[in-house]
Design a protein around this ligand. Structure first.
Ligand code: CMC
Length: 427
């Protein structure tokens, strides 16, 4: 903060509002003192409101830039891996080799889940949506660790973050295997994080070899692309929930509920379903026309973003991974990939999409990629949960490491003024 102030004339008085200068991005006018002058701000959907200060992730939606702790997403996707990115996001700096090895060992040591968690899955029908299962499974971790977690202690907070990141692949694989009626597999000590995930999903207890490296690398990069995305709906939910000093796993479970919706983490499932429905290049014009028709609620899923008004930088990395996975697996999704590329081209030449700055987002190609990796569409948002676990944990930890207040928005009340109760026989 420096001495700059914004002046607001209200109720015949001038109110001085401090202006904060960020290291990157737009200036922020602090309005927290406004309530004392008899007014609140009104900003549905937080279109112009910063809810917190953060040092974790920066997005320039106009330029299509995404930085984790200052490092561009394309560099991290190409040169780093998910464990290193987790360390970076949680600790603020890239690890040394020794630091990375120690971090990976700690995560590996925590990957197994208490056998009692199996009962959580057994309480669900096989057909239950996996997001319902993962939300319950995350919340159940609070039942195991609540009494040993002092959220005011930084080392306890880091411990909770590592447990969450470590156990989420195991829980995700349990969602998948429960849906198929298969027994669960425990993580192996000789495998990396992403290898363990692929093994626990598709392996057999007798396996001793390592899973396919191309598929493990693709999965790992998908996790890197989803690791954080600043104050989106689910992360904001984790912060709001965490601001009450609730248990961290309860706050992370709240994040998962927010991620489930098709406007957020559920869009990849919706995008793949849409591409299957379109099915062939000659049907694309019909769907483009529907997306533009305001009397039709249909939208091009995987297109548009609240923040990106340019190509989502994650989408170009995802398109490349998609191609690699399709080549490796020879998946039936190759036809759908062709439809997606043609749809992208047509939409990006159409005035409707250009004027509204609607570009493919990360979800446009992630559904095809995951499907080619053998992941059923209902599990896509669980995979997103897995990748985002580190972001939620880092934001929760960042909030609790600094001064914070319970999140409590105000409202613009437009209901009845005070009126007297009317007895039921007089209504
Ligand atoms: N297809 C057709 N029209 C669209 C689309 C779309 N996908 N997205 C936005 N529009 C139009 C919208 O109808 C509106 O038009 P008009 O100004 O004529 O009324 C204009 O573009 C602005 O849309 P908006 O809904 O006000 O924008 P928003 O910032 O509130 O919504 C969004 C962002 C992501 C919810 C929206 O673009 C959308 O529904 N996209 C499809 C769902 C999707 O892919 N979601 C994944 C987001 S990325 C994953 C993540 O980071 O969580």
């Amino acid at each position: 903060m420096n001495d700059d102030k914004a002046l607001l004339n209200f109720n015949n008085a001038s109110v001085e509002l401090p202006i904060h200068r960020p290291t990157l991005g737009q200036d922020v006018i602090e309005v927290s003192s406004l309530g004392k002058s008899g007014a609140f701000t009104y900003d549905p959907g937080f279109m112009a409101t910063a809810a917190c200060e953060s040092k974790i992730t920066f997005i320039d939606g106009g330029k299509g830039v995404l930085l984790y702790r200052g490092y561009p997403i394309d560099q991290l996707a190409e040169k780093s891996d998910f464990m290193e990115v987790c360390y970076l996001i949680l600790n603020g700096e890239l690890p040394t080799q020794a630091g990375k090895t120690a971090f990976e060992k700690k995560v590996n040591d925590h990957m197994a889940v208490d056998p009692i968690i199996e009962n959580i899955f057994k309480g669900f029908k096989k057909e239950a949506h996996p997001m319902a299962m993962i939300t319950a499974a995350i919340a159940s971790l609070a039942g195991l660790y609540h009494d040993q977690t002092n959220i005011k202690n930084s080392s306890d907070r880091m411990d909770a973050a590592i447990k969450f990141v470590a156990k989420i692949p195991t829980l995700t694989a349990m969602c998948y295997r429960h849906g198929k009626g298969e027994t669960f597999l425990s993580p192996r000590k000789d495998l990396t994080y992403s290898e363990n995930f692929i093994y626990m999903m598709y392996g057999k207890a007798s396996d001793t070899d390592k899973p396919n490296p191309v598929l493990c690398k693709a999965m790992d990069t998908i996790f890197v692309l989803h690791a954080d995305h600043e104050q989106n709906a689910s992360t904001s939910t984790v912060r709001l929930s965490g601001s009450t000093d609730t248990d961290p796993f309860a706050a992370f479970a709240a994040g998962a509920t927010a991620l489930w919706g098709p406007a957020h983490g559920g869009a990849n499932e919706a995008a793949l379903n849409m591409l299957h429905e379109i099915a062939s290049v000659d049907r694309i014009p019909h769907y483009i026309a529907r997306a533009k028709d305001k009397s039709d609620s249909f939208r091009l899923m995987g297109f548009g973003h609240r923040v990106y008004k340019n190509y989502d930088p994650r989408a170009s990395v995802m398109r490349k991974i998609c191609y690699d996975v399709l080549e490796e697996t020879g998946s039936h999704e190759l036809e759908v990939f062709k439809v997606a590329k043609a749809l992208e081209k047509i939409a990006l030449e159409d005035a409707y999409f250009l004027e509204r700055k609607l570009y493919p987002n990360v979800d446009f190609y992630s559904g095809i990629t995951q499907s080619a990796l053998g992941i059923p569409s209902r599990l896509f948002t669980v995979i997103f949960t897995l990748g985002r676990s580190v972001g939620w944990a880092a934001h929760w930890n960042e909030m609790l490491s600094n001064a914070y207040k319970i999140g409590r928005p105000r409202q613009l009340y437009t209901g009845y003024t005070k009126r007297d109760f009317v007895a039921i026989d007089e209504r």
